[in-house]
Design a protein around this ligand. Structure first.
Ligand code: HEC
Ligand code: HEC
Length: 206
């Protein structure tokens, strides 16, 4: 695991350096213009009206830019977004990413079912040694806001429906744009109950 983390850090460092200029020159006002077309599904301020679409508000800009470029380049398949970002330059991706990153994140009320919350908290903070699942907090941070420089996304305030469906996609290998297959490996060890519990827990985490 330590070796994996070290190689991940090196990969991320390289990605970070390559995009340092684009990131520092990102223009949120230009991004706002470009983001008009995204509003129907992701909301004007990045809070989407339905769990079928991820919230983008308050997400790490580095992660958003990576996803937009991955979707554009076909490294992450999102059929619903066909044509949406095809003509985006890398700079456009960073501009839009910066705009959404600056919006106020959504924070939901988790389902108060005590057993579910407890299971989610335990898994998030400590992982599950027996199943070989690491603590989510190690990368996504204890408050769920992620780490921009490492391109670790925020999870807090995300629609549970989306969190579960993207974990399922990682587990099935349908989503395969995670560096070093880190999330495919973790998600494949999670039960349906694990996914539901952690998705519920991060909704209200901050
Ligand atoms: C017709 C609906 C629709 C439109 C319009 C749309 N998206 Fe999406 N977008 C989706 C769906 C659905 C997903 C999640 C797919 C999945 O589950 O993997 C998604 C995922 C994303 C993600 C990944 C988020 C994450 O947390 O990993 C980003 C970033 C994104 N969209 C950006 C955009 C941008 C920028 C635009 C506008 C230029 C846009 N989208 C327009 C439907 C849409
Ligand atoms: C070693 C670091 C690491 C650990 C530990 C980790 N993650 Fe991740 N996670 C990542 C990275 C990196 C990504 C972004 C992958 C990409 O670029 O598409 C990610 C992405 C995700 C996403 C997708 C977010 C989105 O908006 O689409 C979810 C959900 C997620 N992780 C949940 C978890 C859960 C739940 C756990 C604990 C059981 C966990 N992660 C543990 C590194 C980690």
């Amino acid at each position: 695991m330590r070796k994996l983390l070290a190689s991940l850090a090196i990969t991320m460092g390289a990605v970070g350096a390559a995009h340092a200029d684009l990131q520092s020159e990102a223009d949120a006002a230009a991004g706002r213009e470009k983001a008009q077309a995204c509003a129907a599904c992701h909301g004007q301020e990045g809070i989407s009206p339905s769990g079928a679409f991820p919230n983008l508000a308050g997400q790490q800009a580095s992660y958003l830019a990576k996803q937009i470029m991955d979707i554009r380049d076909g490294n992450r398949m999102v059929p619903q977004m066909a044509g949406q970002v095809d003509d985006f330059s890398d700079q456009d991706a960073w501009d839009v990413a910066k705009y959404f990153a600056e919006q106020e994140p959504a924070l939901g009320q988790a389902d108060p079912d005590e057993a579910l919350v407890e299971h989610g908290r335990e898994l998030y903070r400590a992982g599950d040694m027996a199943k070989g699942i690491p603590a989510c907090a190690a990368c996504h941070t204890p408050t769920g806001q992620g780490i921009g420089t490492a391109v670790y996304p925020a999870l807090s305030g995300q629609h549970p429906e989306y969190t579960v469906s993207t974990l399922q996609a990682f587990a099935a290998g349908e989503r395969a744009n995670d560096p070093a297959a880190i999330m495919r490996d973790i998600a494949s060890k999670m039960s349906d109950r694990d996914m539901e519990a952690v998705a519920n827990y991060v909704l209200g985490l901050h």
